[in-house]
Design a protein around this ligand. Structure first.
Ligand code: SF4
Length: 53
């Protein structure tokens, strides 16, 4: 499973962006929304699997 699909900080997966919760350490703001990207998630040191929450 790809990291962007399994991180506890990820809310929804869009076509181009990963919509994240405000506690994602690597989020950026795009049009007022907190997002990351699939490639950023896949190399992210803060990735935490959902099952561990
Ligand atoms: S950038 Fe990192 S912490 Fe944020 S949703 Fe992606 S994997 Fe999780």
């Amino acid at each position: 499973m790809k990291k962007y699909k399994t991180c506890i900080h990820a809310a929804n997966i869009g076509n181009f962006a990963v919509h994240v919760y405000p506690d994602c350490p690597q989020k950026t703001k795009v049009k007022g929304k907190d997002v990351s990207s699939k490639s950023r998630c896949n190399t992210c040191p803060y990735w935490t699997p959902k099952a561990s929450r």
